[in-house]
Design a protein around this ligand. Structure first.
Ligand SMILES: Nc1nc2c(ncn2[C@@H]2O[C@H](COP(=O)(O)OP(=O)(O)OP(=O)(O)O)[C@@H](O)[C@H]2O)c(=O)[nH]1
Ligand SMILES: [Mg+2]
Length: 559
């Protein structure tokens, strides 16, 4: 049998499956765990109360049905209670109100019922066991019934009202007792009956003291009361006319109670009604499904840009470009001036950016990894705040209740850790400048060759002059055309060096820009990872909790 069909059949016969109810309650319990910390406590408290109450009620005794007689003072609750019990257990009086504390009568062995009565808070001296009262009396059709006679709910005594309200939240079925005089009372309908709309299948209305009406009037009053009940949203609830003056006047109520007890459904139905109400409220708190923030969302790109700015990436990139040119020049420049160049500080080392070091996970290394990149300015900080807000707005868009606030809080939850994380990411990113380039070596080598040629030429010429001055036999310089070779070596070497330096400069500038772009890619990735870990991850956790909460609520809703 398909689930839907089974469900339809179950609904049609009005029975509640206990296992399914438990599964639904467990789903609400899981829901509460999932949204804990994201949604405020107050609107969730009815759900928490229900889960706890239902768990207790179901664990105490499923064989007992707790039925309460509720109504205004003098409507005849205690009289009906005594009539059902067949004994005067709860005093009936002329002074109003009479009943101040709840009385209970248990049909059948007390057993599990005692713990149930403890939980209901009925004092032992107001508990009665029907079976033991009248030996031999067969009350087996009511076995499992716990009938409660409540104080009056419209009482002048505040304590009475509190007691009634407390018990109405716990009992399985409520019999509302009204009398011909006060059946249309506004308090009864507005404050109580209307509140029981969801519990139509565990609500019964009794027009007591029917004997005080002319017999012909009874149907008219019943019809009037039915109209009022319909207006309360209680259409379809059983409505009975009773009187305690003769036994046949309350037989119909007894039959209803026997049916209720035999079904063993009231407790489950009561909890189902409460659960439906809770699930509806929770439904309003989760709303429509919401997909996680896409990685290519403009808000993410904006966040990455803001993080880069706060981390000082633009400063680092300028330093990368300068450092490239500095390092290229100190290796490819004219050998005689390279030394001076090397004395000038390296722009990257000045910022303490030397790339990832071995043992980067070691806490001491991490502390040592702090860079000297300047602190972010106010504009960059406020741009980051704006980017965080945008991320939160985009991720929380369309979410109901307190979810947007939860998303926003999550986006900012690790804000305090961001500066260190960004700095660590800067220090740990390989900016691609640790290795000297091959072409630097090549050009550097060539510079050496031409410099040596120039120096050799100079030496050769110098030797020639020296010999001439000392009057020694002169050197015969080999000639290339009209130019002596040493002169050629000297001038050629010098010119080639200058030419090489002139050619190298634009190449170095171009390569520095490329190195900058590559470093930019790497730093953008690194900043993106920080944003992911410190901002997007907590945000995603909230969105995931929302999605999970929706899923479990689906289970909780399933009837
Ligand atoms: N004629 C008539 N009188 C009734 C009937 N039921 C109750 N009474 C009388 O109505 C008065 C009030 O009855 P109770 O049973 O004490 O009413 P209650 O609802 O328990 O009142 P509280 O305990 O004050 O809330 C008593 O004098 C009863 O004798 C009935 O069916 N017919
Ligand atoms: Mg009473």
């Amino acid at each position: 049998m398909g689930g839907r069909l089974r469900e339809a059949l179950r609904i049609s016969d009005g029975r509640v499956d206990a296992d399914q109810l438990v599964a639904r309650l467990e789903a609400v319990h899981r829901f509460l765990g999932l949204v804990d910390g994201y949604l405020p406590d107050t609107p969730l408290s009815p759900a928490r109360t229900l889960v706890e109450r239902a768990g207790t009620r179901l664990s105490l005794s499923r064989d007992h049905t707790v039925v309460a007689l509720a109504g205004a003072t003098g409507s005849g609750k205690s009289s009906l209670f005594n009539a059902m019990a067949g004994r005067n257990l709860s005093p009936v009086g002329v002074r109003r109100p009479t009943t101040g504390v709840t009385h209970a009568c248990v049909w059948g062995p007390l057993d599990g019922g005692a713990r149930l009565l403890d939980w209901l808070g009925v004092l032992p001296k107001h508990r009665f066991v029907r079976e033991s009262l009248l030996d031999g009396d067969d009350e087996s059709t009511l076995h499992g019934l716990i009938l409660l006679d409540l104080p009056d709910f419209d009482s002048v005594q505040h304590a009475h009202r509190l007691e009634v309200d407390r018990l109405l939240g716990l009992v399985d079925l409520v019999i509302w007792v009204v009398d011909p005089e006060k059946y249309a009372d506004r308090v009864v309908h507005a404050a109580y009956l209307r509140e029981f709309q969801r519990h139509r299948d565990v609500t019964l209305v009794v027009l007591n003291q029917a004997d005080r009406l002319p017999p012909a009037e009874v149907p008219r009053v019943l019809a009037d009361l039915r109209r009022l009940l319909d207006a309360d949203g209680l259409d379809g609830v059983p409505l009975l006319a009773t009187t305690i003056v003769d036994p046949s006047g309350h037989e119909v109520l007894r039959t209803e109670l026997e049916r209720t007890v035999a079904e063993r459904q009231a407790a489950l139905r009561r909890l189902t009604g409460d659960l439906d109400a809770v699930v509806d409220t929770l439904d309003g708190m989760v709303g429509a499904p919401r997909s996680a923030l896409a990685a290519d969302d403009p808000a993410v790109a904006k966040l990455d840009r803001a993080l880069s700015a706060v981390a000082g990436v633009p400063t680092v990139l300028s330093a990368v470009e300068q450092a490239y040119r500095h390092r290229a020049a100190s290796r490819t420049g004219w050998p005689l001036v390279r030394f001076w160049r090397r004395l000038r500080p390296d722009p990257l080392r000045r910022l303490h950016l030397t790339g990832p070091q071995p043992g980067a996970d070691d806490p001491e290394q991490v502390l040592a990894a702090a860079t000297s990149v300047p602190e972010p300015g106010a504009a960059d900080k406020s741009a980051l705040a704006l980017a965080l807000r945008t991320v939160a707005e985009r991720a929380g868009e369309g979410l109901p209740s307190a979810w947007p606030a939860a998303v926003s809080a999550a986006a900012r939850s690790r804000l305090a850790d961001l500066p260190d994380a960004l700095d660590r990411a800067l220090a740990g990113t390989d900016l691609g400048l640790n290795r000297p380039r091959t072409w630097w070596r090549l050009v550097g080598g060539l510079q050496w060759v031409v410099t040596i040629a120039a120096v050799a030429g100079l030496g050769w010429l110098f030797l020639g002059y020296a010999l001439r001055i000392l009057g020694l036999p002169e050197l015969e310089h080999p000639m290339v055309g009209a130019v002596p070779v040493p002169t050629l070596l000297l001038l050629g070497g010098l010119l080639s060096g200058l030419l090489l330096a002139a050619l190298t400069r634009p190449i170095s500038r171009w390569a520095a820009r490329r190195a900058r772009r590559r470093a930019e890619d790497r730093l953008t990735r690194a900043m993106g990872q920080v944003g992911d870990e410190y901002v997007l991850s907590p945000v995603r956790a909230v969105i995931a909790a929302h999605a999970d909460a929706r899923t479990v609520l689906e289970v909780a809703r399933h009837r």
